[in-house]
Design a protein around this ligand. Sequence first.
Ligand code: 0T9
Length: 405
Amino acid sequence: GEAVPASQRGSWSSFLKSIASFSGDLSSLTAPPFILSPTSLTEFPAYWCERPDLFAAIADAKEGEARHLAVLKWFISTLKDQYTSRNEEMGSEKKPLNPVLGELFYAQWPDKNGRGQTNLLVEQVSHHPPITAYVIENKSKGLKLTGHNAQKTTFSAGAIIVKQIGHAILNVKGAEYLITLPRLRIDGLWYGSPYIELIDTSYIIGEGFVSLIEYKGKGYFSGKSHSFKATVTPAGADVPAVPASGSAGGLSSWYGGGSKSNSSTSLALKEHVIEGTWHETSSWTKGPNKGKFHDVSAHKEEAVPVGGEADKTMGEFETRKLWTLVAKGIREGDFELASKEKSRIENDQRQKRKDEQAAETKWPLKHFKHEETDATYERLGKLAKIIPPTEDRYIFLGTWPASLA
Ligand code: 0T9
């Protein structure tokens, strides 16, 4: 691979071999230094809110259809940060730090121009497999996003396929939305410059409407990278059934004549279709609205503000404190420091688990309570026949740290 430093070629190719012969939790595989990111996965939920004005705009939209479309617009606007920002900042996708159980991340986007203050709280609620729970709240706007994330990875035709497990529930002044997550395909591994393409489908369901979002990349029917097509229909209309586990199912219908939209008459009139690229621009292509739907770059990105004064008050388990020296080592090319510190953290974790076992106790979650089912997921998921019919959830206990007051 061209992006692989000469001295790390051997370790990169053995890393690729171990990925290829391995399915499940990639986070624990040891990767060569050039591909390491100094950022822990606990920071990733911040991507949901790097355009706080668009998040706040949801609350200002009229309830029902207009608000559903505002949710869709905000959702699309988060994808660029979620899936292309490491490439832009570090030259390629990198392997994030694997959070420890109980790792925390707190942050806040201040009020500006009447958009209200937005708080973020993240807790690593499982280590093996890694599961991250989060809540993002803009109280003055009546907005609250609660969710959790895990991944199942497989290797196929030289690429890593990442199935996202988990979902998010958005609460807007009492109205609830279910948000499911797209699949990822990580390509460019051979060359040592991995990048993400989104594939398959995801849903937004709420306030009587269903958005089915289909993703495809370059090369599919000569499409552009990072393409999507969102079909918004009233719930109860004939939502195109997409096999949850199939790979091309959602895409084959893309140019396939659109039988779904002809199926019902009065409801079809209410259908909106939006097409474009999720990292740049998209337009209305069907339905009452014409022209531009969204231009992501028109909304300023605000990286999550952390550090500074907050540093002094940070607890041992807050991600930026916990990983300080590992991150420093990675940033400065001091991999001896990075790996020494990483081992220290991992040994400490092993000891904690041993002690807990001996005492027959379990690490207590600080901010969330785990439940096996999610009634909101079930109720809204039914409207689009989502598979699986239920998922577990992490309920936020409601206590914010004083630093975010
Ligand atoms: C939730 C997001 C998720 C987390 C990351 C797959 C991945 C871990 C999960 C899904 C966020 O909302 C969105 C963005 C990026 C996803 C990561 C990309 C990635 O490569 C890692 C996996 C675990 C790896 O580190 C694979 C090995 C690496 C060498 C390839 C770059």
